[in-house]
Design a protein around this ligand. Structure first.
Ligand code: HEC
Length: 160
C-alpha cells in the first residue's frame, strides 16, 4: 500500500522536475567560468582569477624569473597563502624536527627538504600553475604575484 502511494507521489512530482531541466541546462551552458567576464577585457588587463590563462605552457612558466623581491611583507603574504593553499597537503614545512605532515594527503613532500632547494623559482612557479606528477594545479585561484609570494616563503623556510 505504502509502496503504491509512494509511486503515485513520484509520478505526480515527475512533471515538476522535467520542467526544471531545461532551466538547469541553461544555467550550466551560460554560466561564466572563472576569469570570464561578460564584456571585452580592457587592453593589457587580466581579469581576476584568470592569471593562469596567460601562461602558454609549462616551458614558459618555468622560464619566468621571480619579479617579487623577497621582502618581509612578501614572505608574510606567502606564508598566509601557503597555509591556505598548500599546507593541507604539504604540511607545516620546515627543518625535519619541526615538520608537521599534511592532514589531507600523505606523501606531499616537505618543501624545506634539500631536494627542493635545487628547484629554480620558475620550476616551483610552474608546479603551482601546472601541478606535477600527482599534484593538481593550484594556481588558478592565485594571481601571479601571490604565487611568487609563496615561492618567496618557501625560499625563506629553505634559508635561501
Ligand atoms: C592536493 C594536495 C596538494 C596541494 C594542495 C599542493 N600540493 Fe604540491 N605536491 C603534492 C604532492 C602529492 C606532491 C608530490 C608528487 C608530485 O610531484 O606530484 C607535490 C609536489 C610539489 C612540489 C615539488 C615538485 C617537484 O619539482 O618535484 C612543489 C614545489 C609543490 N608541490 C609546491 C606546492 C605549492 C607551492 C602548493 C600551494 C600553492 C602546493 N604544492 C599545493 C600535493 C599537493
Amino acid at each position: 500500500m505504502a509502496y503504491r502511494i509512494l509511486l503515485i507521489i513520484l509520478f505526480a512530482l515527475l512533471p515538476l522536475s522535467a520542467f526544471s531541466l531545461p532551466f538547469n541546462e541553461d544555467m550550466v551552458e551560460y554560466q561564466l567560468s572563472p576569469g570570464q567576464i561578460s564584456r571585452g577585457e580592457p587592453k593589457g588587463s587580466i581579469a581576476v582569477g584568470a592569471a593562469h590563462k596567460y601562461i602558454a605552457n609549462k616551458k614558459e612558466a618555468e622560464s619566468f624569473t621571480n619579479p617579487n623581491k623577497k621582502t618581509e611583507s612578501s614572505v608574510r603574504k606567502g606564508k598566509r597563502l601557503f597555509s591556505v593553499n598548500c599546507q593541507p597537503c604539504h604540511g607545516k614545512i620546515g627543518p625535519k624536527e619541526n615538520y608537521v605532515i599534511g592532514k589531507v594527503v600523505m606523501g606531499a613532500p616537505n618543501l624545506a627538504d634539500k631536494t627542493y632547494h635545487e628547484r629554480t623559482d620558475g620550476e616551483i612557479f610552474r608546479t603551482i600553475y601546472f601541478g606535477n606528477l600527482i599534484m593538481q594545479p593550484v594556481g588558478w585561484k592565485l594571481s601571479h604575484e601571490e604565487a611568487w609570494d609563496i615561492v618567496n616563503f618557501i625560499r625563506e623556510v629553505q634559508g635561501k
